[in-house]
Design a binder for this molecule. Structure first.
Ligand code: UDP
Length: 242
């Protein structure tokens, strides 16, 4: 039996991965589904770290545009939202027997550990899933950048970007029936064609660290495991693009 393609994985899930389609907040069934997918991957002996978004609760830019809340405050609210999501994912995983630690970029010491890189790596080596909360800890960026940053810091072999579709397409698959999945792209193509897979800053950071990105559909059971096993699932973005 071939082993997994990647030994250390950074999974980026958006807040919308935790709520029902088109909804907001946190949905128990989606949490269960996510935890099952993660458990399958952990069962392969893979070290898994997670960066969770907060868009299911609040996005800084949006709340500032709709209220009199200052944009910077909105971004801090967004980061705190990711902490709420992180501890929700933590309890769900632990209810399934998967050991975890949450580390936050903003100190909330009653709730979780602070982000300490060497400690995070130690947890991974011990087989614990490490959930990184509060993004980068800085306003005006997103958890995509947080994902790329943490992937670089822990020297992940790959960044898995979970989405609602099967990868990067030639057009929007939700709107165009002729849209085709692109199996392989280079970092340069993603950046130059502004394909909107992730923030350009996040893609750039992965390129500099030579960390491939795989964009895949989180809503298909067993898909994350298939990606980690190196199956032809989703879109792989790397240096060569071939
Ligand atoms: N955020 C931030 N700094 C970070 C990460 C996130 O200010 O390093 C804020 C930002 O306002 C963002 C919100 O937190 O809109 C939620 O994160 P994100 O939009 O990345 O969540 P996702 O879309 O992945 O659910």
């Amino acid at each position: 039996m071939p082993g997994p393609k990647y030994k250390r994985v950074l999974l980026k899930i958006s807040g919308e991965g935790l709520c029902s389609s088109g909804g907001s907040g946190i949905d128990g069934e989606e949490l269960q589904r996510l935890a099952e997918e993660i458990k399958l991957v952990v069962g392969l002996g893979v070290e898994l770290a997670l960066v969770v978004g907060g868009g299911n609760i609040v996005r800084g830019h949006t709340i500032a545009a709709e209220t009199s809340i200052e944009e910077t405050t909105g971004h801090y609210m967004g980061m705190l939202a990711t902490v709420i999501n992180a501890i929700a994912v933590q309890d769900t995983l632990e209810s399934k027997g998967v050991p975890t630690r949450v580390q936050s970029a903003i100190a909330i010491d009653r709730v979780c550990e602070p982000f300490i890189r060497r400690k995070a790596i130690h947890h991974l080596e011990k087989g614990r899933v490490v959930i990184f909360a509060a993004g980068t800890g800085n306003p005006f960026v997103t958890t995509d950048s947080g994902g790329a940053l943490r992937a670089s810091e822990i020297r992940a072999d790959v960044l898995l970007k979970a989405t609602k579709v099967d990868g990067v397409y030639t057009a929007d698959p939700m709107k165009d029936a002729n849209a085709e999945r692109i199996a392989h792209l280079s970092f340069d193509e993603v950046i130059n064609r502004r394909l909107g897979v992730m923030d350009v800053a996040a893609v750039d950071l992965c390129q500099r660290g030579r960390i491939p990105i795989v964009v895949f559909n989180l809503r298909k059971a067993g898909n994350m495991r298939a990606v980690v096993m190196g199956e032809d699932v989703g879109t792989i973005i790397d240096q060569s693009g071939k």
